[in-house]
Design a protein around this ligand. Structure first.
Ligand code: KG4
Ligand code: ZN
Length: 353
């Protein structure tokens, strides 16, 4: 079975062809350089950019996979793919509509089955499905979501907890902005934190206390971070967040980035560890853009390596970095793993939240 995956929920336009576990092509057109000057994703510009590049991106993915030579129309007579999978939820409305309309039109014109996929759930499939063993715990950490899933199988799963407010990626982005570091904040914070010479005596930011141990809250972390930054900048708590960066030396920024990253990683892994002790999964997966973070990856190996036997988790699986951030391989893989559940093209809806 060969599936074309399409992803356009945020600021990446992506297309990929996956055939029974093998990635035949993986094209990602990133808009990061376009949004950098705004310090975050500008939804209207994102939508226009998706519209501009979606067909060339799909064509390139099909060409690289050897499914077409030149034109999409070749697929009408020559069914070199078996289905089209598209992320139709959640995300920015403009990008969702462009992805869904493109997928829907192609499915109708070419007479191919259409599969609608949840983008957040699909992040789990940054990992190769053949490597998965169930029951499985998955932590998806991205710019819009921080969610712990429990999977009995690809079609039988539940959400144990998600964030009540900001997502962890969003918190990374906001912390970077306060420090005057470029968007996206995750890689910027990580780079600044690496440049800091840690003493081990740094005081971490407070972790929230929530009734559900598998839920997250990052808005308090963001505020605590701003307070610490204002303090180090020698100002009072009324100093606006835009003024802080200019009053901080590079070494102070690096320290703040380090403290933020350590605090965020601790919050994520504490919740996952608690879930692992209760649900004793065969496997643990951490995916989503923030799973590209080296400190999170190293610490996860430490935590789940050390208490693997105790938690019942015999293996931690992390997607390669390029499949942690947004891509269309995960969309096609999720559709395949779920058994290609069909949606009639005319019934395809998009759901931003
Ligand atoms: O999954 P993703 O590519 O898009 C969404 O679905 O949101 O995640 C993007 C998020 C951004 O907030 C970005 O700052 C964060 O992932 N991110 C990172 C790293 N690389 C990307 N966060 C921490 N460390 C990184 N190395
Ligand atoms: Zn994502």
């Amino acid at each position: 079975m060969k599936v074309l995956g399409i992803e356009s929920t945020c600021d990446e336009t992506a297309a990929a062809v996956v055939s029974d576990g093998r990635v035949l092509s993986n094209i990602v057109a990133s808009q990061i350089d376009i949004h950098k000057e705004f310090g975050g994703v500008f939804p209207e510009i994102a939508a226009r950019e998706h519209l501009r590049v979606i067909l060339p991106t799909i064509k390139l993915a099909l060409k690289e996979a050897g499914c077409i030579k030149e034109s999409l129309a070749e697929l009408r007579d020559n069914k070199t793919i078996d289905a089209i999978a598209v992320a139709n939820r959640p995300g920015l409305i403009g990008g969702l509509m462009i992805g869904a309309m493109t997928a829907r039109t192609l499915a109708e014109v070419l007479g191919l089955p259409l599969v609608a996929v949840d983008h957040v759930y699909a992040h789990i499939y940054g990992v190769e499905p053949a490597e998965m063993r169930f029951p499985l715990l998955a932590l998806v950490v991205s710019g819009g979501h921080s969610t712990i899933y429990l999977l009995e199988s690809p079609t039988n799963y539940q959400i144990l907890g998600e964030t009540r407010d900001d997502a962890v990626g969003e918190a990374f982005d906001k912390a970077a902005k306060i420090l005057g570091l470029p968007y996206p904040g995750g890689p910027s914070i990580s780079q600044a934190a690496d440049a800091y010479k840690a003493t081990g005596k740094e005081q971490l930011l407070p972790a929230p206390k929530l009734d559900n141990p598998y839920e997250f809250s990052f808005s308090g972390l963001k505020t605590a971070f701003l307070r610490r930054a204002q303090e180090m900048a020698g100002g009072n708590f009324r100093m606006s967040s835009d003024e802080v960066a200019d009053k901080l030396a590079d070494e102070q920024k690096n320290e703040l980035a380090f403290v933020f990253q350590e605090s965020a990683v601790r919050i994520l892994l504490n919740a996952l560890e608690k879930a692992a002790k209760v649900y004793r999964p065969e496997q643990i997966i951490i995916s989503g853009g923030v799973a590209a973070n080296s400190r999170l990856r190293d610490k996860a190996h430490e935590v789940f390596g050390a208490c693997g036997a105790d938690s019942g988790a015999s293996k931690l699986l992390l997607p390669e970095r390029a499949l942690s951030t947004d891509n269309a391989v995960m969309i096609a893989r999720a559709a395949l793993a779920m058994g290609l559940p069909k949606t009639a093209p005319r019934d395809l809806k998009v759901t931003p939240n």
